[in-house]
Every structure is written in structure tokens, then in C-alpha cells.
Write a protein that binds this ligand. Structure first.
Ligand code: HEC
Ligand code: HEC
Length: 299
């Protein structure tokens, strides 16, 4: 009898620990189950032109917005509530401490310096970033002055580990593997090719991995960018500069924030090419049965 009682007590004590242990191990194995490509070996050019291009990439792809306007790092506390604490590291310091291949893996493959998948940084947004732009971005980050700022460690937390362990959330390397290939290739109109490239390395962060709208894998529903056909050239420029719609709504929320921080810096040529490509979307098929969009009507 006493032995049974002891067994039950032991189970009560050990049970929760065992549960946490299993969740921890399962989530860790998810984070470590990533395939990485061969090390990035594109030459890193440090000419003034390459550094300027790299700065433009960092600006328009949002590195400043999340890692701080001086790349000094930033803590996200309330913004992303599924994790305990996301911390965007000091990028200038990081770039000086790590090889270009490590930076490339974080940016284009969603895998951190420790070989584990990232969970907060939207690397899926840049899987199509060209080798040259990636190299210029890295050259710029390595040249940026490093501002000292003390930052806490990022922490995933039990809720997030539980979601990862049972498959309700996926890490960034998994998301990155879902982004579809580009539609256009070398035989297509060069301006449209560049327009698609820009859209698929900026707008696909929020408007669905294929730009045709998202309503599942994000807290925020975003429209199909074919909607840009309804925007005049002037209205489109206002949208990029100020993040404001063509009607009189005073704000588009997150869209307004990112436009002012990133898209206002698009060059005239980038604007023209982006506009032309987005206006060609209605003639292209909308991919069906994709996980980031559902046509199922909610009850
Ligand atoms: C939406 C916010 C956001 C944007 C945009 C963003 N980052 Fe991050 N980044 C983060 C967060 C948060 C982390 C912390 C690690 C994680 O997500 O798990 C991070 C981590 C990193 C890391 C470290 C990875 C490691 O080894 O742990 C690098 C390098 C990095 N980001 C580079 C960049 C670059 C370059 C850009 C611009 C192309 C960029 N980030 C844009 C939020 C962002
Ligand atoms: C960080 C997330 C984010 C990114 C990146 C982003 N958008 Fe948006 N966008 C949104 C959200 C959220 C809305 C919906 C806002 C609403 O309806 O209140 C939106 C709405 C829009 C709208 C609809 C405006 C209207 O008339 O209702 C257009 C057009 C648009 N975005 C274009 C773009 C383009 C072009 C890009 C890339 C250059 C882009 N967005 C990148 C979040 C984003």
C-alpha cells in the first residue's frame, strides 16, 4: 500500500516535469530539424556603390524598422504575444562577429548562428533576394557603426514551445520553404521581372507568400495586391510614401507604419516597375489551396 502511495506521489511530482521535458525536447527538435544550403560564397564587394546598394536593401526590406534605426537592436515585448520575448539583435555588432555565410543563413533561410530555426524574424520574405543584393546587404551591415546597447536574451517561452511541439505554429525556416517560385523568368519583360522581384522581397511579408492576400497564417487579413489596379499612379505613390489609401481612411495600421519606414525609400524606377507588375496580377491565376489563404467562410 505504502509503495503504491509513494508511486502516485512520485508521478504527481515527476509528471509535470516530464510533460515540460517532452514539450521542450519536441520543440527543440523542430527548431533543429532544418536543412541548410551550401555556405554563401558570393564575393563581398565593399565599394561605395555596393555599400549604398546594401543600405538601400536594408532600408527597403525593413532591417532598420525591426533592428532599430541605428541597427542597435530592439526588444519586442507586446507586439508578438505568442512568444515570451523576441529580441532583434544589434545587427551591426552581429555582422562584425559572424561570417557572411551565417548572415545569409539568417536572412534567406531563417536559420540562426546556433543552427536552430528562427521563430520571429520574417526570413521567408527574402528567400528570393538575389546573391548580389544579399552580398551588398552584408557588406553594408559589416560597415555600419556599432552602437552599444544592452539587450536581454530572446526567450521562446512555454506557450510558444507548446505550439511548436504540437504543430500549431511553425518556425521561419518552415515558412520560408513554402514561398512559391517567382512567376517570371529571363524571357519576360525585364521591368516586370524587377517589379516582381521587389514585390516578392517586400510585400510578400504580409500580403500572402504569393501576393494574392492572406487570411490564415497572420493575425491580420491583408488584401490581394491585384487591388493596386484601382490605384492611380499618384494614389500609388501616396500609398508608398505615407501608407494612406486612395479613400479617406486616416490609416491602414501596420501598412502605414511599414510604408513610412520602408517603401517611401523606393526609387522612381522601383516604383514604376512595382506598379507595372502589380497591375499585371489580375491576368494571372490565383493559386488555390495554399495554407496562407482559405476560401472557407468562417462560421
Ligand atoms: C519584423 C521584424 C524583423 C525584420 C523586418 C528583420 N528582423 Fe532580423 N530579427 C528579428 C528578430 C525578432 C530576431 C530574433 C531572432 C528570431 O527571430 O528568432 C532577428 C534576428 C536576426 C539575426 C540573428 C539571427 C541569429 O543568429 O539568431 C540576423 C542576422 C538578422 N535578424 C538580420 C536581419 C536583416 C539583415 C534584416 C533586413 C533584411 C532583418 N533582420 C529584418 C526581427 C526582424
Ligand atoms: C508589415 C505588413 C505589410 C507589408 C510588408 C505590406 N503591407 Fe500592404 N497592407 C498591410 C495591411 C495590414 C493592410 C490592410 C490594412 C487595412 O485594411 O486596414 C494592407 C493594405 C494594403 C493595400 C490596400 C489599401 C486599401 O485600399 O485598402 C495595398 C494596396 C497595399 N497594402 C499595398 C502594399 C504593397 C504594394 C506592399 C509592398 C511594397 C505592401 N502593401 C506591403 C500590411 C502590409
Amino acid at each position: 500500500m505504502r509503495r503504491i502511495l509513494f508511486g502516485a506521489m512520485a508521478l504527481l511530482l515527476v509528471g509535470p516535469a516530464l510533460g515540460f521535458g517532452i514539450v521542450y525536447l519536441l520543440s527543440e527538435s523542430q527548431l533543429r530539424d532544418v536543412a541548410v544550403r551550401a555556405d554563401f560564397s558570393h564575393p563581398i564587394d565593399t565599394s561605395a556603390a555596393a555599400l549604398a546598394r546594401g543600405q538601400h536593401i536594408a532600408r527597403t526590406r525593413g532591417c532598420f524598422g525591426c533592428h532599430g534605426q541605428r541597427l542597435e537592436g530592439r526588444v519586442f515585448t507586446d507586439e508578438w504575444d505568442w512568444v515570451d520575448r523576441a529580441v532583434a539583435p544589434n545587427l551591426a555588432a552581429y555582422a562584425q562577429q559572424h561570417d557572411p555565410a551565417v548572415l545569409e543563413r539568417a536572412v534567406r533561410q531563417g536559420v540562426g548562428h546556433d543552427g536552430k530555426a528562427l521563430w520571429s524574424m520574417p526570413s521567408y520574405n527574402w528567400i528570393h533576394l538575389s546573391d548580389q543584393d544579399t552580398a551588398d546587404l552584408i557588406a553594408f551591415l559589416r560597415s555600419a557603426p556599432s552602437i552599444k546597447k544592452s539587450l536581454p536574451e530572446g526567450r521562446l517561452g512555454w506557450q510558444a514551445r507548446w505550439l511548436l511541439a504540437n504543430g500549431d505554429e511553425e518556425h521561419m525556416a518552415a515558412w520560408a520553404s513554402k514561398v512559391p517560385p517567382l512567376l517570371l523568368g529571363p524571357d519576360d519583360d525585364a521591368a516586370l521581372v524587377r517589379g516582381e522581384y521587389l514585390a516578392m522581397t517586400t510585400c510578400n511579408e504580409c500580403h500572402g507568400f504569393d501576393l494574392r492576400g492572406a487570411n490564415v497564417e497572420s493575425d491580420i487579413a491583408t488584401p490581394d495586391l491585384a487591388l493596386v489596379t484601382a490605384y492611380s499612379w499618384d494614389q500609388f505613390n501616396r500609398l508608398l510614401d505615407e501608407g494612406l489609401p486612395k479613400d479617406d481612411r486616416p490609416s491602414l495600421g501596420l501598412m502605414t507604419v511599414v510604408a513610412r519606414d520602408r517603401f517611401a525609400y523606393f526609387t522612381p524606377q522601383e516604383r514604376t516597375e512595382l506598379y507595372a507588375f502589380l497591375r499585371s496580377l489580375p491576368s494571372r491565376p490565383v493559386p488555390q489551396n495554399v495554407s496562407w489563404r482559405t476560401t472557407r467562410s468562417e462560421p
